[in-house]
Design a protein around this ligand. Structure first.
Ligand code: SAH
Length: 343
């Protein structure tokens, strides 16, 4: 499979051009076309010698992510089905909010984590995305909205810390001052709780935001919702999160998807607060998006507000996220699955 050029730093592009017998500045020109102009086709790279392009084209591509299909509502969340060079699909979501545009990127084709309520797992896991395939999703979004997106969240398909190296490289590329230059604080990595990834991130010296998906404060319940609990148990996970906040001096956001009658009681909120009060953090409450494979539904608004208030009463700050994308295809993974040919 051809390597995505969007996954290479300026120095790597320079080395690539030198290896092709060209001066290093050709690499800088390539970077400009790809990361500043957002070029995705060889024809767009106007000032580069044809011979260089032909040689690079044997092993590299400037178009690793192609828009196949869009769903969404005018002015609302837009969801794109993305075609990759080997014919696999992922999804990228654009969430417009007031003046800011947030792009939600995928890091894997499918996912191995198997969370009960998540559509990504049900389509099966195929492979990791390369850094270039991740970066290309943001460029694709930029081309669609006609400007640079403000925030990038790694909350699409896949588990970022199950694809740690390519994910981190994509963060550094997006953050690169000579490229899109998306501020580290405007980039959020979201993990289902892969402890080694949290530990490694703490040592990266990056000011990125970290979200950890919890969904339950009781280990037994969490195990039913998230098989990752078997490998990385809640107590250990929260110890690691506390260590992360000390080491990085940064707050963690915990994602908590509310499911009626499952994890939405005031008692569950108190339990959650008991565990989280000990270190600086906040909780993002997300109403469950309906997925075909999971019987649960989101609680009524009043129950979600009661949950939020119980957190606050017990010393933990939370926010209730509006459910967006209901009219589209709700949760991630659904577009990809629906697009699959019958087997
Ligand atoms: N694997 C990473 C990032 C991708 S999922 C993680 O688990 O954090 C991004 C967030 O969406 C996670 O918190 C995930 O649990 C949540 N999510 C998945 N399916 C959902 C659904 N049907 N309704 C609401 N939230 C969902």
């Amino acid at each position: 499979m051809k390597t995505a050029l969007q996954g290479l730093f300026p120095e790597e592009l320079q080395a690539l051009c030198k290896a092709a017998g060209q001066p290093a500045f050709r690499g800088t020109q390539l970077w400009q076309w790809l990361q500043v102009q957002g070029a995705t086709r060889w024809e767009q790279l106007g000032n580069l010698p044809r011979a260089l392009k032909e040689e690079l084209a044997e092993s590299h591509t400037p178009g690793p992510a192609i828009l196949l299909k869009e769903s969404g509502e005018p002015g609302g969340t837009r969801k794109w089905l993305i075609g990759l060079a080997d014919g696999e699909n992922v999804e990228t979501v654009l969430i417009p909010a007031r003046a800011r545009h947030t792009v939600c990127v995928s890091t894997q084709v499918g996912c191995k984590m198997g969370c009960a309520f998540c559509a990504s797992a049900t389509g099966g896991y195929a492979r990791n995305l390369s850094a270039g395939e991740i970066v290309a999703q943001v460029h694709l979004a930029a081309a669609q909205i006609g400007r640079r997106p403000d925030n990038v969240v790694y909350m699409g398909m896949g588990e970022p810390f199950d694809n740690y190296d390519e994910t981190l490289k994509s963060v550094r590329l997006l953050n690169h001052p000579a490229g899109l230059h998306i501020g580290a604080r405007r980039i959020t990595l979201s993990t289902s709780g892969v402890i080694p990834g949290i530990r490694r991130l703490a040592g990266e010296g990056l000011q990125v935001e970290l979200s950890v998906s919890l969904h339950a404060a009781d280990p037994e319940l969490r195990r039913k919702l998230m098989p990752v609990e078997n490998k990385y148990p809640l107590d250990e996970l929260l110890r690691e999160c506390a260590a992360y906040t000390v080491e990085t001096n940064r707050i963690i956001t915990f994602e908590y998807t509310l499911i009626q009658g499952v994890n939405d009681s005031v008692r569950a909120a108190e339990e959650l607060a008991d565990r989280l009060r000990r270190f600086p953090c906040r909780v993002n409450l997300i109403p469950l998006s309906p997925v075909a494979e999971f019987a649960g539904v989101a609680p009524p608004r009043a129950a979600m507000e009661a949950f939020l208030q119980a957190l606050a009463r017990n010393g933990v700050e939370g926010t209730l996220r509006e459910s967006k994308g209901k009219g589209v295809d709700a949760a991630c993974g659904q577009l990809r699955r629906r697009n699959r040919p019958a087997e």
